[in-house]
Design a binder for this molecule. Sequence first.
Ligand code: NOJ
Length: 537
Amino acid sequence: MTDVVREAKHVEAATRWWRDAVIYQVYVRSFADGNGDGVGDLLGARSRLAYLAELGVDAVWLTPFYTSPMADFGYDVADYRDVDPIFGTLADARALIDDAHGHGMKIITDVVPNHTSDHHAWFVAALRAGPGSPERERYIFRPGRGEDGDLPPNDWESVFGGPAWTRVAGGEWYLHLFAPEQPDLNWDNPEVHAEFEAILRFWLDIGVDGFRVDVAHGMVKAAGLPDIGSPGQVEMLGTAVLPYFDQDGVHEIHRAWRRVLDSYDGERIGVAEAWAPSQERLARYVRPDELHQAFNFHFLKTPWDAEMLRRVIDESLATVVPVGAPTTWVLSNHDVRRHVTRYGDGETGLRRARAAALLMLALPGSAYVYQGEELGLPEVLDLPEEVCQDPQRLRAPGDGRDGCRVPIPWAHSEPPFGFSPPGIEATWLPVPATWGPLSVESQLGDPDSTLSLYRAALRVRREHPALGDGTLTWRDSPSGTLVFTRDGFACTVNTTGEPVELPRPGELLVASAAVTAEGEVIRLAPDSAAWWSLADA
Ligand code: NOJ
């Protein structure tokens, strides 16, 4: 790379950093325990910033660490301007943000605007004040149906299962699209708008570089709260516009928030967690005057299949072109089964996950890495029933989300593998005894480990002028494979279970599995990917 190109890349990174940033998700509760209570916290996260900087990510997204009774592990916020004692103090948050900046990384925090905790001062006041009061106008209270009002006001179902309404003393019902401990706010009330803009400013003043907006497709409900008319609404999430999700009115809120973000220096960003029914509707969240990015869950949901991946990649890239936004790529997060397991678990799942990482990091746009995916962690499927704590699982028994939230193994000894300080054994979810070889310490010393693969790929991505923002060109390749090029760079992917031979694209940069070459022919291992520097670059 010439000095001019390198310099241009740095200037771009400093200005529109979010267009191709690699953003690492820290699920604070499960990342690192600094104070020895078996629960991850800000002190622990701060102590691991050097690890993240060396991994080579550009930004860190911290899941909610605000004051919360933890009915949904922090996505039920009781005080948006303070830190829950289990995670530390406001001073810890400030120190973490400053240290991250010192390491050259941005910090994104979560904001949860669709609902508060039932312990939030507003909800406590609403219950006390009674029907018809201004305090109840901050939430969505309604009389019930039926003779005695003992039927919910409509047929909406909670995402976590069961009716989306709970009745309170005095007879009214309140809406909660998630757990009953998460009452939905009334975004028709200007006081709610003003409060959230003030919350954004509070954290922007402290120095955060952006927000991940929880349930960014919620907030606005269709006028009159109409019935949906059928049960099984969980199945419709993300596949249809519902009277409570993806309503056009939410975009006005995002426009107002963009004005707040733009009033600060340094490109502060908003990232939509929006489960939109189509790529087109998702692109509406990232129009030039709205948020900067939206999670591309369409990519996450795509099976390990070359044709299907190519289709979703093309759609993802094409739909943001008219709005000028970057695409994002995400394979895992704290709400879904880890992709090693989704892709087949065991050795097959890991092989595919390693290849998927190289595919994702070579695509144009910004990428998200969920803590532990750089270690190749699988979903923990055999957590004993009595340790599972996810409210979704408790309300609607099934898989639940505990298995992707198991603490990170840092050092190779015995559980909890350095997640907590020495001497602490009990962590909020147990770490499998077999995870020693997956620990950071074990993998750092192994050039073939998944951690080494991520570090190598992120280093190349940072340095290679073709990677990050931009476009790609597909090249013809055998069925079950993907080959694309970007200026002076090529990515080859084999999604089949058989080795595949291809013409050698150039010099090998990084590979998820050994690539053998004979003259001008290369042989890609089953379920593998490789990056190449093109000879004519
Ligand atoms: C999405 C968050 O990622 C999830 O963890 C949470 O349960 C819901 N929003 C409700 O806030």
